[in-house]
Ligand binder design. Structure first.
Ligand SMILES: Nc1ncnc2c1ncn2[C@@H]1O[C@H](COP(=O)(O)OP(=O)(O)O)[C@@H](O)[C@H]1O
Ligand SMILES: Cc1ncsc1CCOP(=O)(O)O
Ligand SMILES: [Mg+2]
Length: 283
């Protein structure tokens, strides 16, 4: 039998899983403060998602408070779900201040293609250099093409895999990491593309799971801002793992919502190492 002369390299999938676990541990020990300027529908689930992961959420959105508060946060999540003209200045001010303070910020362009007002707002926010943009496939396609069109509102009428090219070109044009959620969560920096193959279809039946995973991405990039690509894929995969484990105990969307949060809170190393499934999709 031939002796191995150097340590065998761990396969990619194992490295992704170990890294995801390390980042979750960092969130649990550091409890990063995440400012969320988000829609009324998502506030509760988003805050509870962040708390169960170990982060500290603050739903603070008035423009008057941003100069005092935003510089003390570790990351910012901006979500345009229930956008109205009087909320946009606060979103922009917080994004600008986050950048100025060297803090990553993450954009969720909910229903980007549903109206001209919403699309313009999203495009203006993209100009303010988000670290990560996470949407469903229809949102990323609309934002990438800068086009308003027939949509299903906040839901997607496309598969995530159909948005890979749109995501790559949005990443190249904006400099952001772009994530497309769906059956496979796609993450790209414009060159590399990975897929996170976790989650269950029932997650689409709970409102604000997309919003909540965007906030979770903010928590992951808060603890590893230099590796936003890896942090984004890890957050999506970990949320999917919590969904898979929650689904084992759920009877439908309402109980999945509860068990997903409990599972995210209780994830241990063995769960993460055995379930995180991130693979390269680059050609
Ligand atoms: N068919 C699916 N299979 C597994 N997970 C899914 C599926 N569709 C969505 N998810 C998961 O549900 C969460 C919300 O994604 P999605 O429904 O695409 O976002 P949004 O609510 O913004 O439209 C993500 O964590 C995603 O991975
Ligand atoms: C239903 C709804 N309407 C405006 S925002 C919102 C929540 C959307 O949440 P998600 O994008 O996570 O499904
Ligand atoms: Mg959404």
């Amino acid at each position: 039998m031939e002796m191995e002369t150097k340590p065998r390299e761990k396969p990619d999938s194992t490295r992704w899983a170990s890294n995801a676990w390390a980042l979750l541990c960092a969130i649990r020990s550091q409890s990063p403060l995440i400012q969320c300027i988000t829609n009324f529908v998502s506030m509760d689930l988003m805050a509870n998602t962040l708390l169960s992961a170990g982060a500290s959420p603050a739903m603070i959105h008035s423009v008057e408070e941003i100069p005092d508060f935003t510089p003390h946060t570790h990351a910012l999540c901006v979500n345009v779900g229930t956008l109205s003209p009087n909320w946009l200045p606060a979103m922009k001010a917080a994004a600008e201040l986050a950048c100025k303070s060297g803090k990553p910020w993450v954009l969720d362009p909910v229903a980007a293609g549903a109206s001209g007002f919403r699309l313009r707002a999203c495009l203006e926010l993209v100009e303010l250099k988000p670290c990560v943009i996470r949407g469903n496939a229809s949102e990323i396609i609309a934002l990438s093409k800068a086009s308003v069109g027939p949509t299903k509102g906040v839901d997607s009428s496309h598969e995530s895999i159909d948005a890979v090219e749109a995501a790559k070109s949005l990443a190249q044009a904006s400099g952001a990491i772009v994530a497309v959620s769906g059956a496979v969560d796609i993450v790209t920096d414009g060159e590399r593309v990975v897929g996170a193959h976790n989650g269950v279809p029932m997650m689409q039946r709970i409102t604000a799971t997309g919003c909540s995973v965007t906030a979770l991405i903010a928590a992951f990039v808060a603890v590893d801002p230099v590796n936003a690509f890896e942090a984004t894929a890890s957050a999506l995969s970990i949320f999917g793992v919590a969904g898979e484990m929650g689904m084992n105990m759920a009877k439908g969307p309402a109980t999945l919502r509860m068990h997903l949060i409990d599972s995210l809170y209780g994830l241990d190393e063995a769960d993460v190492l055995s379930r995180v499934n991130i693979t390269s999709l680059s050609r």
